[in-house]
Design a binder for this molecule. Structure first.
Ligand SMILES: Nc1nc2c(c(=O)[nH]1)N[C@H]1C(S)=C(S)[C@@H](COP(=O)(O)OP(=O)(O)OC[C@H]3O[C@@H](n4cnc5c(=O)[nH]c(N)nc54)[C@H](O)[C@@H]3O)O[C@H]1N2
Ligand SMILES: Nc1nc2c(c(=O)[nH]1)N[C@H]1C(S)=C(S)[C@@H](COP(=O)(O)OP(=O)(O)OC[C@H]3O[C@@H](n4cnc5c(=O)[nH]c(N)nc54)[C@H](O)[C@@H]3O)O[C@H]1N2
Ligand code: SF4
Ligand SMILES: [Mo]
Length: 747
């Protein structure tokens, strides 16, 4: 067996289709704002197993039900669960499809060269695991264990994290930081001394005014949040939406401000200006809790609505009136900081402006603003201390991005490039449940890094783009077929949830905890895995938390008493975890690190003639690319469309449903075409698509070649100087109406 020098993409062959026939559970959901009703279940016949959803990161808890034949039928929300309140979103309901998808990875695969060509050969688990452990031992000897990195975004990643820390490396990153909520966390840490984390502690339940900057709730289907927003609308709370696109939530809003993309900081600064100069801010709160008010006042002096209009296209009276609306609701107002915040590179500062607005309106720690969440600590199963790594991601990242709060996927990828001058070199990856090629821009860098690795292990459920580049592909079973670590997220009340299997793993797939443990044992790290199976480990942990595995298997969710109040008491003394102990309108920490202490507006590039800014978002029935091949969800939306303003369509003579290709500013052309959707709901300077489509692996039978992958066209990445996130919205595309790949296809 020879190893290839180049990791070219290998298509995973479909093997015989396994025994189970596909069921067609009813999707109790109508396309629209949100599911209101629950699915009735015949409790007398059904067998149910608690779980929490892995289709997105809201992690709703529910029960998986079997039908009379003992096959998985449906997933229903757990009434005791604060994330779901007993209701699942369409994607969560359709999660059954991830289990029934016959395109799934079925057995371990190893890259070998046959007749000069790289192919994947099915191998036994024994062989695959031995190979990985042997390789890891060699890498530890040659380069030190620190040169192995974990890139992960599946719940089971925690077991790989444990195994790799025991092996000697702390290099790990999730794309949910530097490609998602990192700027928000950095900004809230700088302002309030604490990040927001997940689920966001926004008190939408009690709010009178919700301000959404891009945040497109309703298309972004975070369950409990969507439910609270829906109730808020019914209650008559006013919604202010700032979006270049008339989003679902814009249609429910009192104000829709169709901002020129990339100019949000101008709008935010002018709102701050109005609140301060028209004395509409919460004076008592600011006086008691905030630091740097006078500096801020001076700083925003010239950021008038009239000035902001020249940048944002939003009329001064709309800026003023929307500011009055917020002030009227104060402190029961939320300037929602959103979640996917890596947009234009100056993202931490944009989020700082939002945090500052919340401070001026007195909403942090107040009813109808942000509440103080609580979570239950999960005890660690007894195991030896980890060895102390000689270096970590901090040595790579922190000298440049001083505000980074966790490892950055993009920085660990860069540290894997061949000619990196840094002494901190990454030589091997574990990729667990993250499709890096469609997740981290710029894709060409990831591909270069991959060529330089000595070991690349991909643990996934599906033959996604990233699996094709692995040395070893390990098929993980889906969340419906496995245990995982205890869910313990923050909420109004501390709570925990159990995930347990409702079915045997299909084919030869295995749970992540088992895979990580088997590799650990082969590395001689059995002391770190003193349990023989995960039930033993979970039961031990549950018992420390006043319950047991047996009880949790019945109830699924346990909610605990609270220890601290949700809100600040009137005039209560409170210490914020910042340099000054106060809410820092003027950030001492950012200043000391060499960044602007207060957000400044800088103009961003706008599209050249014949080009349009590429913006993207979510669709209610899909999560990124992880659901687009689902037998249940692909029926609801099988491809993305390109939103084009009618005035633009006219210039280009485009018509609805026409398929076109896109070319970006760096002449990258999309692999596949996309259907045009002509609509007034998008500005003339931008085009919009849902992220997650345009799958390039033809083993994905339902999603291959359907629509465009936005990531392909994101080659200009604006890195946030504070926390190192990858700003993705400074890419411009033009239309290609004739098939640019025709020649290749005919050749
Ligand atoms: N262009 C562009 N890039 C983006 C975004 C965007 O909107 N546009 N969004 C950004 C954001 S906000 C985020 S959070 C990230 C998300 O980034 P990712 O989480 O990487 O996104 P997915 O494409 O869903 O990839 C998930 C991978 O996990 C696999 N998987 C699913 N379930 C399991 C499981 O149980 N076990 C294992 N082992 N694998 C599993 C899937 O098959 C898939 O390969 O992407 C970021 N990148
Ligand atoms: N159904 C579903 N729900 C999801 C997910 C999913 O995959 N599917 N993913 C989850 C995850 S991980 C995340 S992080 C969140 C992401 O959800 P959000 O945090 O809501 O994501 P954003 O990127 O803020 O929202 C995209 C919106 O920003 C608008 N926009 C584009 N450019 C600009 C601009 O310059 N200024 C302004 N003001 N708006 C702009 C777009 O038109 C679009 O409406 O969604 C979560 N919820
Ligand atoms: S919001 Fe929907 S997809 Fe996300 S965890 Fe909850 S049910 Fe699953
Ligand atoms: Mo995200």
């Amino acid at each position: 067996m020879k190893k290839t020098s180049r990791r070219d993409f290998i298509k995973i062959s479909t093997l015989g289709v396994g025994g189970l026939t596909m069921l067609n559970p009813v999707l109790n959901w109508v396309p629209g704002f949100m599911p209101k009703e629950k699915t009735p279940v015949d409790e007398s016949k059904a067998k149910r197993f608690p779980t929490f959803c892995e289709v997105c990161f809201w992690k709703c808890a529910g029960f998986t039900y079997l039908n009379d034949e003992g096959n998985i039928q449906k997933i229903v929300g757990n009434d005791d669960d604060p994330h779901s309140n007993g209701r699942f979103c369409p994607r969560g309901t359709g999660g059954v499809g991830l289990y029934y998808d016959n395109d799934r990875l079925k057995e371990p695969l190893m890259r070998v060269v046959e007749n000069g060509k790289s192919v994947f050969k099915p191998v036994t688990w024994e062989k695959a695991l031995d190979f990985i452990a042997d390789k890891m031992k060699i890498i530890a000897k040659k380069h030190g264990p620190e040169s192995m990195a974990l890139l992960y975004h599946a719940s089971s990643g925690s077991y790989f994290h444990h195994m790799l820390e025991a092996y000697g490396t702390a290099n790990a990153a999730k794309p949910s930081y530097a490609q998602c909520l990192g700027p928000r966390e950095a900004a809230f840490v700088a302002t309030f001394g604490a990040g927001l984390s997940s689920p966001e502690p926004t008190d939408v339940k009690n709010t009178k005014c919700l301000v959404l900057i891009g945040n497109h709730v309703g298309e972004n289907m975070h369950n409990g949040y969507v439910q609270e927003v829906s109730d808020a609308i019914d209650r008559g709370a006013s919604i202010i939406t700032v979006d270049p696109r008339f989003s679902t939530i814009a249609s429910k809003s009192k104000f829709w401000l169709p901002i020129k993309p990339a100019t949000d900081i101008a709008l935010l600064l002018s709102w701050i200006h109005v609140l301060i100069y028209e004395e509409l801010y919460d004076k008592k709160y600011v006086e008691q809790y905030a630091f740097g008010f006078e500096e801020l006042k001076l700083h925003v002096k010239n950021y008038t609505p009239e000035w902001a209009y020249t940048q944002t296209d939003i009329r001064p009276e709309d800026i003023r009136n929307s500011a009055y609306e917020m002030a009227k609701a104060s402190p029961a107002v939320i300037i929602h900081p959103g979640r996917h915040t890596t947009w234009y590179g100056d993202d931490t500062q944009r989020l700082r402006a939002m945090a500052i607005l919340n401070a001026l309106l007195g909403s942090y720690g107040r009813k109808g603003g942000f509440y103080f969440p609580e979570s239950k600590k999960v005890p660690e199963y007894p195991s030896p201390a980890y060895p102390h790594p000689k270096w970590t991601w901090k040595d790579i990242t922190k000298p440049t991005y001083k505000g980074a709060g966790t490892g950055l996927a993009n920085d660990l990828i860069k540290a894997s490039l061949p000619n990196s001058e840094s002494p901190y070199k990454i030589k091997g990856w574990f990729v667990v449940g993250t499709n890096l090629l469609t997740t981290v821009p710029d894709k060409s860098i990831t591909l270069k890094a991959i060529q330089n690795l000595e070991l690349m292990v991909v643990v996934d459920t599906m033959p996604m783009e990233i699996t094709g580049y692995a040395d070893i592909v390990l098929p993980e079973c889906t969340y419906l077929e496995r245990y995982d670590d205890i869910r313990s997220n923050q909420h109004r009340y501390p709570n925990i949830a159990l995930r347990m299997p409702a079915a045997e793993p299909r084919w030869q797939s295995k749970p992540g905890w088992w895979i990580a443990r088997e590799i650990g044992v082969r590395l001689g790290l059995q002391d770190y895995f003193k349990w023989t199976n995960v039930e033993e480990e979970l039961d031990w942990k549950f018992k420390q938390m006043g319950t047991s595995l047996e009880e949790m298997q019945k109830i699924g969710v346990k909610v605990y008493e609270k220890h601290k109040p949700l809100y600040l008491a009137d005039g209560e003394e409170y210490f914020f975890n910042t340099n000054t102990g106060k809410i820092e309108l003027y950030s001492i920490d950012l200043e000391e690190k060499g960044y602007d202490a207060m957000p400044r507006y800088t103009e961003h590039k706008q599209p050249d003639d014949q080009f349009y800014r590429l913006i993207y978002g979510r669709a209610p029935m899909h999560t990124f690319g992880r659901t687009v091949n689902s037998p249940h969800l692909s029926d609801l939306m099988s491809e993305n469309t390109l939103w084009v303003n009618p005035s633009v369509a006219k210039i280009w003579d485009l018509h609805n449903e026409q398929y076109i290709w896109l070319k970006n500013q760096d002449s990258v052309i999309s692999s596949f075409p996309i259907k045009v959707r002509i609509t007034e709901r998008i500005r003339h300077d931008s085009v919009y698509m849902v992220h997650g489509f345009g799958k390039t692996n033809d083993k994905l039978s339902r999603s291959y070649g359907k629509g465009i992958d936005d990531t392909e066209l994101i080659t200009n990445v604006k890195i946030d100087p504070i926390m190192g996130g990858t700003g993705m919205r400074e890419n411009f595309v033009t239309f290609v109406t004739k098939n640019p790949h025709q020649k290749e296809q005919n050749a």
